[in-house]
Every structure is written in C-alpha cells, then in structure tokens.
Write a protein of this length. Sequence first.
Length: 643
Amino acid sequence: MQSLKDWHPDVMDFIQAKAKEEKKARTLIESGEYEANFNGEAYSSIMFQNANLSVRVSDEFMESVESDGTWTTRCVTDNSGEGPTYQAAEMMHEISHGTWYCGDPGLQYETTINRWHTCPKTGPINASNPCSEYMFLDDTACNLSSINLRKFVRPDGIFDVARFRQAARIYITAQEILVDHASYPTPAIAENSHLFRPLGLGYANLGSLLMSMGIPYDSDAGRGICGAMTALLNGEGYRTSSHIASNIGTFAGYAENSEPMLDVMQMHRDAVEEIDDACPSYLKDAARECWDECLASGRDHGFRNAQATVLAPTGTIAFMMDCDTTGIEPDIALVKYKQLAGGGMMKIVNRTVPEALEVLGYQKESIDSIVAHIDEHETIEGAEGLQAEHLPVFDCAFTPANGERSISWRGHVGMMAAAQPFLSGAISKTVNMPEDSTVEDIQEAYIEGWRQGLKALAIYRDGSKQSQPLATSKEGDRGGTEDGSPGPLRRRLPATRQSLTHKFSVGGHEGYITVGLFEDGTPGELFITMAKEGSTIGGLMDTIGTLTSMSLQYGVPLEALTSKFSHMRFEPSGWTGNQEIPNAKSVVDYIFRWLGIRFQPGYGEPNTAVPIATESAESEVAAAEVISSIDDIEQSVAETVAA
C-alpha cells in the first residue's frame, strides 16, 4: 500500500498518478498492438500496477469538503511553511474521478484509525499493509488467520456460539505462539513485533453464510448477524489474550498504553449495544457476555497482544477452506470467471444456492429447475418458480451478464460499518459499483464511509479497467454479438459421460479414437491418440480433436464435418484392416469416415467401399484371384526396382 496524507504538498500529483498511467495503457490497447489483459505488455509497461494507492484523510479535511472550504498543504522536508492550497471539494472530486476511471486511489480515514489505536503513547498509526486491513505502528507485522464461518452452522440452522468461541481461543493461542517462531524481513520489524505482538484473526464466507440462511446481504438482519459474529470473534480474541497475559505477562508496550487500550476495549463493548436488533437475540446476548468477560479480565490482567483481529481479503486461502465467498464480501456473482496470473481462466459457480432455496421452502423439483436456469443463463433472475421477494437473498456484488440486480454501494458500506467497531484493524473489502455509476456516486460513498466510522474504503466500478481479474462473463464472450443477436451457446458434456474407443491402423500407423457422448448418445468430443508417431503428429491430432470437440459442442452438425474432412489425401495413407473402410487416403480421412459410419444415419451406404462379395463360393474364388493378381504386380514392381 502506497499512501499519502492529505496535507502533503504532492498530494494532487499522487491522486492523479494512477489515472495517468491507466490512460497510457488504454492508448496502447486501443492501438490494436497490445491485448487488454493484466498479463499483457500494455499493463506491464506502465507504473504503479503492483501497488494500491490510498489518500489518508483527516476529519478536518472531510469537514472542509462538506463546508466547501479550502485545504492548505504544508512542506515536509524543510521549514518553508505552506504548500499548495486547493479547494477541498476539488481534491475530493479528483480522488473520486481517479477511482471512477481506474479504481485508485482509495481512502483511509486517518482520524478514525487513530481514535481506535490501542498504543497511541508509543506513536501514531501512519500506514497499512497493501490490502489495508492491518493498521498499526510503523515497522510491525502481524500473522493473519481466518475462520470459515459456515463450519459453525448446526443442522438446525443455529450458529454454534460455543464452538466458534472455542475456535477463536485456539487460533489466538496458536498465533501468539507463532510470534516467537516467525521470520521477519528486518530487525526493526522483528523487534517491534515482539514488543507489541499484534495478531490478525478474521473470518471468511460471510456472504455464503447469509445466503445459506436465506438472509439478504443488504438487510438489517444481515448486518446484525455480521456485527454480532465479529464482536464475538474480537471479544474472545482479546479475552484469550488477557488469559495468556495472566499466565506469562502482557506485551512489553502495555504498561505505557494500558489506559488508552482499556478505553478502546470499552468502545468495543459499547458498540455491542448498537448491533441491529434484527440480529437473533442469542447472538447479541452472547456478544454482550463475551465482552463483559473480556473487559473484566483485561482490567485485572492486561493483554498479551496489542491487536487481535482484522478482516483480510482471503482471496486465495478461501479456496483452500472450501469457501464460496471471501472475507466479509458477498459473492461477486453466482457464476463468475477468474483470470489467473500467468494466463488462463477459471469458472467459479456458487454452491450455496440449493441450500438457500431449501431453507426458503422450495421443493427439490423447483430447486433443480432454478439451478438449471442459473447454469444455462448465468443468473437466477427469470428462473421459473422463484418468488420475487426471495431475489434479494441471491443478490451479488456485480450485475450478472444476463441480469439487472446487484447489491448497492450502500449495502456494502453498511456491512462494513456493522463489522468495523469490533476489529482491532480494518477491513479489506471492495465496494463494487455498476459500470454506469458516476463520479458523484463514488464521492457520496466515500463521504458516507467516513460518516459511518470506517477506517478505510476502496471502490471498484465494474469495467473501469481494461482488464479485471474477476468478471461475470468471459472476456470477449458477453453472451451476444455486437448487433444484439444471440451469441453461440455451448452444449457441455456431463462430468461423467459414456464414451466409445476405436483402434485403427492406416498404412501400418496405429492409433486410437475416443468419442465422448452427450446424454442422448450423440458425439460431443473427440480424442485422437497416436503415441508412436512423435510429438508433431501427436500435437496435430490433439488439435484436430479439440477443434472437432468445440465444433460439436457449439452446434456444428456432424454431417458438415464428415463431408468436409472425408477423403482428404496426404500421408500416411493405405490399407486399414477395417472392412468398412478398407483403404484410407489419410488418417483424417479415416477418422471422419469412421465417425460418419458410426454416428451419422445413412452415411455408410454411399460412402463405404462395396464389400467383397460373400454370397457364393465362386465370388470368394474371384476375390482371391484379384488379391493374387495384386500380389503378383507388387512382386514384379519390386523385382524391376531391384534390377
């Protein structure tokens, strides 16, 4: 994370830096010489692409924005006094425009961050880690850990508070032990991390949890549950830290900071009473009990760790934990495509929908029908049998390619505001906005985030970068053509399917044809193996198989393929040993004639060779004489060549 405070004289250059670089990338892409991909040369040739940029704004600056006042910067390295003066609203507009244009900069709310600081006597919090969730003293580090929330839901739908608190105790204890067994990048970071022992316990899969309960992400109940669970995690984390301190002592910097740290603990406890009443009462009561225990223990014994909790993005570990959603995020979309670093794309499908539908009272037939609709249309909107009042349960961060609904930015900010009072650090989360959002919309969101007490806010407008790692459809395949007509639909084979394998030989060159079948028995894929023919022939056969498979799955009739590729002439060619295709002009000729005979009704009559007559002994003798004559001719030719 590269951040700059609002009073720095270079703040306007910093605000505009990434937008200027993005413009360069777009110019390269629009030239047609470079691809719009974050792995491509257009983005790799510009600056700041491996850093997030955030402006650290104070309450004074935000108040000046609201009052349309001026904002004067000051010099840093000398005593020359004031730097440039700007209209505060102009600065905020430039910040919002940069976010609208390319996703940067974001905001960090400096005053709020330091209001919740547990160790202000040692120094202020000046910066954060790259994802903006870890905020603490300079030259410190915390080890992150996250819990999959869905693992604590009982079969009856009740969240298991006792098991959740037990898991938090185990994780905090393990993380505390790791402080003394970890490696650190510099001596200063190693020293300070041991002096203050900050930890970063968090969670993942909140969005999936709420969906599985049949609760919309953007709802009072959703925000209430999030607040209570985060309060439980934070309270149990600090209570465990205090218990450890009672046995082996507080962190070294606690004595100097005990009073402000206990003040922050009281702020956490007070915030429990502000949890939305739509939250189930058993969760809110458990949070009260946990924080009462934490405060009592903290006053008696202090704390072993200066910080206990953050909400990290969990972008990679969420996959390892079998999560449908990351961190505090809702799902991006029920069906989404993820660009992989180094190339490639992965399709990710939400697996929580059937559970949510069952909780909402749908029968199996209806659930299967709705899930099939999602598979086909990549949206739940328009699914037959889905009640309109249940649509908000399945709202996601992005509007699906074939839909219209998404979670509003207020829903994102509101969820962050529900969790923030119960975290030592901050929240790594993206507030997603639709492509048609305006600069003014983004500015309003930034101001609302400050009013709601967030420590940081990052916003991404869909499509604001020429390349983005997650999308609701494949890049370049948005489900239609430029003139609005429907695009081609791919018919996919089931994961487990029937297949047919055929061994062949053409002029002594052997191979195998394997045809994967659709449910109706028609061919849907083709594999060709010629293991002894070397890498070139093998590669060409793989290419032919892939092209044929894609053609069949996108609806090209088999008849079109067999008529085009049958009777192509090139080596190797020759006798086959197959009575239906005695002689092949090439391997490709053999493959497509065999496909026609096997799968194309009526193909065999006009295309196969007339079989050797077997109706009488006389015809068998005649056939033998023909073969003998051929052998004599071949022998004569061989003798002539030898002479």
